[in-house]
Design a protein around this ligand. Structure first.
Ligand code: 4AD
Ligand code: MG
Length: 448
C-alpha cells in the first residue's frame, strides 16, 4: 500500500476517481447524506456519502467511525466552494482501517497542562498542525538562505568537552574515562573552526541549556542556526542578520498564508519586515529605558516592580520587559549593538574605541517577542582570548583547540545564532515557545 494522492493535491484531480486515506476529524449527518471530514496530514477533505449511491457497508461505516478512526475513502473529486479546502469527495466506498478508542482531545476546551501531557496526540489538531507547517517553512527558508549564498553546512558535535555560553546552564554527564562531558549550548566555537576551513559556514542543530527560568521563551532543548563567516565584522554581521530575517518572514508569507489564517495572525505586521532594520547603540537603548522610567510616578513604578520589571541601571543587560520597552518603539526588529562587555560572552571582541563595550549585537523582535538573535565579532587575538579564559577561571586545556584558531592564521570573523522556536513563536503570533517545537523540553517537562 502506498498513498499516491494527498488532499493538498486534489485540485489536479477534479472529476477523477481517487482513494484518500486518513483519520476522521469530525462528522455530521442529515439521515440520507453523511459528511465525514477526513484528515490526511496535508489537509482536510469532506467526504460526502449518499445513501442511494453506496452499498450498505459503506453507509454503515459512519456509525462505526469515531473521532480519529482511520479509514480510506474512494470516490470522485469535485469542486465545493463551501467545503474546507475547496474540494470534496463524492464517496463511492469506505474501508475502515482501524477504529479509535474514545479520543482524549475533544473539540471542547482543554487546559494547557492536559494538552502538553497529550502532546503526541495534540499535534493532530489544526492549530498545532499549522504551527508545525510554519516551523517547517522557517527551517527550509533558513537552509535555502545560506545555501543560496554559498555557505557550507557544518554539523557541530552535541557532546562537548567545554562550555560555550557560560557555565551556569550546562547539562553535565559522565563520559567514560574522559571525565565530564556537556551537552552543547551552542555550536559556535566549532563554527569558528569551520569558518577558518571553509570561509563561511552555518551550524544548525539542537542546543541545550539547563535554564532554571520558567518563562514563555525558554526551553532546555531548542534549535539554533549559527552562521560564522571569516573576514566579517560586526557591521557585516548585522547586515547578514537583517537580510536573513527578511528572507524567512517573506518566505512564510509567500507559502503559508493558510496556516497564518488558521493562527489568526495579523499578517500586515509581518509584511513590514523588510531590511534595513533600525540599529541602536547600547547607549541609545539605555536612553530609551531611562526616559521610560523617568516618565513614571512612584505608583506607576510600583506597579511595574510588582509585575517583575526591575528599574534599569546603565551597564545592566536587558531583561525581557526592558526588551519589550525598546522594541515597542519600532515596527521592525531592532538591533542593539555595543553591549557592555561585562554582561556578554568571553569570546566577543571588544571595540578598541570603546574598550568596555563588546562588538556584540542582539536582534529584538517586534510585538514584545524579545531577543531572537544574539551575535558578535569574535576575539581574534591569542593573548587576549587566553587572558579572558583565565579571568573566567575556565580550564585552559579544554579550550586549547579553540585557541589554536588564533595561533594559525587568525582573521577577523563574526557570526550569530538564531533561535528557531522564538522565531516561529513570533511569526505565528503565539504566546509561548513550547507550542513551536513538536516535543518541548522545559525545566518541568520531559514527557512525552
Ligand atoms: O544569545 P545566545 O545565547 O547566543 C549564542 O549561543 C551564540 N553562541 C550564538 C552565536 O553567535 N553563534 O543564543 C542565541 C539565540 C537567542 O537569541 C535565542 O533566540 C535562542 O538562541 N535561545 C533560546 N531559545 C529558546 N530557549 C532558550 N533557553 C534559549 N536560549 C537562547
Ligand atoms: Mg543572547
Amino acid at each position: 500500500m502506498r498513498q499516491d494522492i494527498y488532499i493538498e493535491d486534489l485540485k489536479s484531480f477534479v472529476g477523477k476517481a481517487v482513494t484518500l486515506r486518513g483519520w476522521l476529524y469530525t462528522k455530521r449527518s442529515s439521515g440520507k447524506i453523511q459528511f465525514l471530514e477526513l484528515r490526511d496530514g496535508t489537509g482536510i477533505c469532506q467526504c460526502v456519502v449518499m445513501k442511494n449511491q453506496v452499498d450498505e457497508a459503506t453507509f454503515a461505516a459512519y456509525d462505526k467511525l469515531t473521532q480519529e478512526s482511520a479509514f480510506a475513502a474512494t470516490g470522485v473529486v469535485q469542486e465545493a466552494a463551501k467545503a474546507p479546502g475547496g474540494y470534496e469527495l463524492f464517496t463511492k466506498s469506505i474501508e475502515i482501517i482501524s477504529i479509535a478508542q474514545e479520543y482524549p482531545i475533544s473539540p471542547k476546551e482543554h487546559g494547557v497542562e492536559f494538552l502538553m501531557g497529550n502532546r503526541h496526540l495534540w499535534l493532530r489538531s489544526s492549530r498545532q498542525h499549522a504551527i508545525q507547517k510554519v516551523r517547517h517553512e522557517v527551517v527550509h527558508a533558513i537552509r535555502d538562505f545560506f545555501d543560496e549564498r554559498g555557505f557550507n553546512l557544518l554539523d557541530a558535535p552535541i557532546l562537548t568537552p567545554n562550555a560555550a555560553e557560560g557555565t551556569s546552564t550546562l547539562f553535565e554527564l559522565d563520559y567514560f574515562d574522559e571525565g565530564k562531558a556537556y551537552l552543547t549550548q551552542s555550536g559556535q566555537l566549532y563554527g569558528e573552526a569551520g569558518a577558518m576551513a571553509l570561509g563561511k559556514v552555518y551550524v544548525f542543530g539542537p542546543t541545550f541549556r539547563a535554564e532554571k527560568s520558567k518563562t514563555r521563551r525558554h526551553l532546555t532543548e531548542f534549535w539554533m542556526v549559527e552562521p560564522e563567516v571569516a573576514f566579517m565584522d560586526l557591521e557585516g554581521d548585522m547586515q547578514l542578520a537583517e537580510e536573513f530575517i527578511e528572507y524567512i518572514v517573506q518566505r512564510v508569507l509567500k507559502n503559508r498564508q493558510n496556516e497564518l489564517k488558521v493562527l489568526e495572525r495579523d499578517v500586515s505586521k509581518l509584511e513590514r519586515i523588510k531590511a534595513p532594520f533600525p540599529k541602536l547603540h547600547y547607549d541609545e537603548a539605555a536612553q530609551i529605558l531611562k526616559e521610560y522610567w523617568s516618565s513614571m510616578n512612584e505608583d506607576e513604578k510600583k506597579e511595574r516592580f510588582a509585575s517583575g520589571h526591575k528599574e534599569f541601571i546603565y551597564g545592566d543587560d536587558f531583561g525581557a520587559p526592558d526588551e519589550a520597552v525598546i522594541s515597542g518603539k519600532f515596527e521592525k526588529p531592532v538591533m542593539v549593538h555595543h553591549y557592555p562587555a561585562a554582561v556578554k560572552a568571553l569570546y566577543m571582541k571588544r571595540d578598541p574605541k570603546e574598550p568596555d563595550k563588546a562588538l556584540a549585537m542582539d536582534m529584538l523582535a517586534p510585538e514584545g517577542y524579545g531577543e531572537i538573535i544574539g551575535g558578535s565579532q569574535r576575539e581574534d587575538d591569542y593573548e587576549t582570548l587566553l587572558g579572558r579564559i583565565k579571568e573566567h577561571n575556565l580550564p585552559v586545556d579544554a579550550f586549547e583547540w579553540y585557541l589554536d584558531l588564533r595561533k594559525y592564521g587568525s582573521v577577523p570573523h563574526a557570526g550569530f545564532g538564531l533561535g528557531v522556536e522564538r522565531t516561529v513563536a513570533w511569526i505565528c503570533g503565539i504566546e509561548h515557545v513550547r507550542e513551536t517545537i513538536p516535543f518541548p523540553r522545559t525545566i518541568s517537562r520531559i514527557w512525552p
